[in-house]
Design a protein around this ligand. Structure first.
Ligand code: ZN
Length: 451
């Protein structure tokens, strides 16, 4: 029933608005079976077109090519891409406008921000075609597990604090079997109510952050988790460590699929149901794995978006690290693989009253202050204290500080001591791992004990 409704809705949307994601999905279904050589030729052509566009219409990239004394036409292979300097978040902060194409766009363009979802705020522009292609990529990876619009899906996410989605989006979710639960400020009673509602809703799939899902599942216990009978769990937004995956799979009795996605690119890589590791979205992105600082181990990821022309992302340093996985996958897909990704790690913060906040809570609290905060880190070092370290941005002021304190006070309750400190820089850990919501209270750290 849900599937039929979803299909009719999709056709309607396509006809009325000209959205193309269904067409792109059909393309991608074919492309994942292309021989590697054909895919490489195609990617190279897309990249050449992107570089040419960047050189002709984007002031910053024109400067870069001039400095190299080269033109995109001089580039002969994907290897030559390495001649270009990585694009950093700081560069976007400092030279945002110079990164925007002066060419007329192919359609409506929206301005988005990461809201410090990586501990640092980044603005970017994206056009409708790219948006639809991202959506198609997301759907494709779900189809790998037979998950289609209409599959009953419970989403334990930070919905309540975000700007509420449009009425049309809510209606679409309702009609296509997607059900949202807030993952913020939940105590044991809330979690009990979650599970009551989940039992009535009978989801086939749960989608959530690893940290908060594990927190809730541990409190509910294995019996209640298993009673739901879910067949699959998707996790994203945080790094998924092997012990967390194992514990979630044991609690729910269902496999966990890791999806690596970001606000800048949508799905970047997603677990293969048949083989090891995550398949990279090679038809949309070029994901380079840089050299590892150690002899073996993860290297930094640099991402080029082949689709988005209003503001090209070329060798973008996303500030995550990953390990490439060589060799063909038993599933037969020709797309490359990553063995693992060490992205942001977010612990759950639990207040003295027992209310739990998933790490993305802070991202969403700080998002309205994106001009005032460049970067942040939150550390809970005692049950009743959090230390917030902020790198002030251009719009920082005592008023902003007071507003931030007021929001945190309201959400985290009267007993939490809030210690806000302004700093010049938040250094990454020696391992290169970025942890910006950290709980030093053992019981609430899902990734505890993981190196
Ligand atoms: Zn595979």
């Amino acid at each position: 029933m849900g599937r039929l409704v979803a299909d009719i809705l999709d056709r309607l949307i396509e006809r009325r608005t000209g959205r193309r994601y269904r067409a792109y999905l059909r393309e991608y279904r074919e492309m994942e079976r292309w021989p590697r050589e054909r895919l490489e030729t195609w990617r190279w052509e897309r990249l050449r077109a992107l570089l040419d566009h960047a050189w002709r219409t984007v002031p910053y990239w024109k400067e870069v090519f001039d400095r190299l004394g080269a033109r995109p036409g001089d580039f002969r292979s994907l290897d030559h891409l390495r001649l270009l300097p990585p694009m950093t978040k700081r560069l976007i902060e400092e030279r945002g406008d110079d990164l925007v194409s002066r060419a007329p766009s192919r359609g409506p363009v929206s301005l988005k921000s990461t809201g410090g979802s990586t501990g640092r705020n980044t603005w970017f522009r994206i056009d409708r075609e790219t948006h639809d292609r991202r959506r198609a990529a997301g759907r494709l990876t779900e189809e790998w597990d037979g998950v289609v619009p209409g599959t009953r899906t419970a989403i334990l996410w930070g919905a309540s604090l975000e700007t509420s989605p449009s009425r049309a989006a809510r209606l679409y979710d309702l009609l296509t079997g997607r059900f949202f639960f807030s993952a913020y400020g939940i105590d044991e009673d809330d979690i009990r109510r979650w599970f009551d509602r989940l039992e009535r809703f009978r989801p086939e799939v749960i989608s959530s952050y690893p940290s908060i899902l594990l927190h809730a599942a541990r409190l509910a216990g294995k019996k209640r988790c298993r009673r739901l009978g879910v067949r699959l769990i998707y996790t994203s937004a945080e790094a998924l460590y092997p012990p967390v995956r194992e514990e979630l799979e044991d609690l729910f009795g269902a496999p966990v699929r890791n999806r690596y996605a970001s606000r800048e690119f949508g799905v970047i890589a997603s677990d293969c149901p048949e083989g090891e590791g995550l398949h990279v979205m090679d038809m949309r992105l070029i994901v380079e794995v840089g050299e590892s600082p150690l002899l073996e181990g993860p290297g930094e990821l640099l991402i080029t978006d082949l689709d988005n022309w209003p503001m090209p992302f070329i060798r973008y340093r996303i500030e995550d690290v990953g390990v490439p996985l060589e060799g063909a996958c038993p599933c037969g897909r020709s797309w490359g693989r990553l063995a693992s990704i060490d992205g942001r790690s977010l612990d759950v913060i639990v207040t003295p009253e027992g209310k739990a906040f998933g790490g993305t809570f802070f991202t969403i609290v700080f998002r309205p202050f994106d001009r005032a905060i460049r970067q942040f880190q939150v550390v809970q070092d005692r049950r009743d204290r959090i230390r917030v370290r902020l790198v002030p941005g251009e719009a920082w002021s005592p008023d902003r500080r007071a507003e931030i304190l007021a929001v945190l006070r309201e959400k985290l309750g009267p007993r939490m001591i809030l210690d806000v400190e302004e700093v010049d820089e938040i250094p990454p850990l020696p391992s290169g791992k970025r942890r910006f919501v950290v709980s030093e209270i053992e019981s609430s750290r899902p990734g505890a004990g993981v190196p």
